[in-house]
Ligand binder design. Sequence first.
Ligand code: SF4
Length: 387
Amino acid sequence: MAQTNSLCYTEIVWKSDVKNMETTFYHELTTTSLQGELLSDDCCKKILTASEVGLLPLLDAAYQVRKTYFQNTVQLHILNNAQNGYCPEDCHYCAQASSATADIEAYPLKPDAEILAEAERAYESGAYRYCIVMSGRGPSPKRVAHLAELIRAVKTRYPIEVCLSAGLIDIEAAHTLKAAGLDRLNHNLNTSEAHYPKICSTHSYQDRMETLQAAQKVGLACCSGIIVGMGEEISDLIEVAKELRCLEVASLPVNFFLPISGTQLSEFAPAQRNVSITLTPDYCLRVLCLYRFLNPRAEIRVAAGREHYLRSMEVMALYPANSMFIEGYLNAAGTGTARTLQMIEDAGFTVKTNGDGAKQLKESEKKKADVLLKELKVLRPRMASST
Ligand code: SF4
């Protein structure tokens, strides 16, 4: 484990006048991160909560780290819910859980032809990575063999990275999937070990860790992240960020809890589910900055909830994060692809793609983005109603 260094806001206050203190603090966040050193828990807490830590210089400090490893590129991911619902697990945040009464469209594993057609569409729309997501506790050996065949077919046909999220897997399954050409395995930690029993009773944090360790043992890159806003404490968020750092995850989705009606967590009012933290745009951006400082080389994805919580500040997420989903999330819609692509371009970032699909898509979507003119009945309602 990396060593904790002593970077701490108050120490800098003692050494400098106020103006230099601020510059030094943000600069040291960047250099500490780039040097591969760890921030103290106290410093992490200040990033998330201290009003004297300004959001804009914080974003700039995180951006310096992001730029070092990813320049101004953005990786786009498209999710394919290859199987939706019918899950025996009871993750309290999930619309597909056995305990959820959410109004979702449940279906068993899609036919191969449909999954392959969606892989083609993902490639053509400029996605860097195609994520196959299945509900369920984990795949049977027969299902693993089937998934391996599918992954082989996608990798043979399209130059696109493939990520799989299939629940708990053991080392044999990880080996089979790796041999089939799988690039990444997704399995989120979601929250800290201490908080885990409050969000799921059918499997443990340790089960999740063992899946990630199995993937690592066979050389599969891991994608693992968090869901912010499930009643955790600040210390839980810091702990998970440091755990993911120890695991050296290649990819780190930062989700913000979307309260879908019918999920156990959303059925409780914020006070009842012990939500002491409000997911303001400011707070969400601070979380992204913290995760960037602690995981400087990871592909950090601003994932579910970006539109819902960041609102008009959405574009600012590109400064700490270098990755996002297009076309929505597992059971929640997102903003349209054209709008996301436009936002990326407007902010001076470029899409990292395996082909020129993103460019083609943007050109075709542009035609639909003509300015709509107001009609007379909107411009002069009284006159229109009297005619
Ligand atoms: S998160 Fe996965 S394992 Fe948990 S209930 Fe949802 S689909 Fe099932």
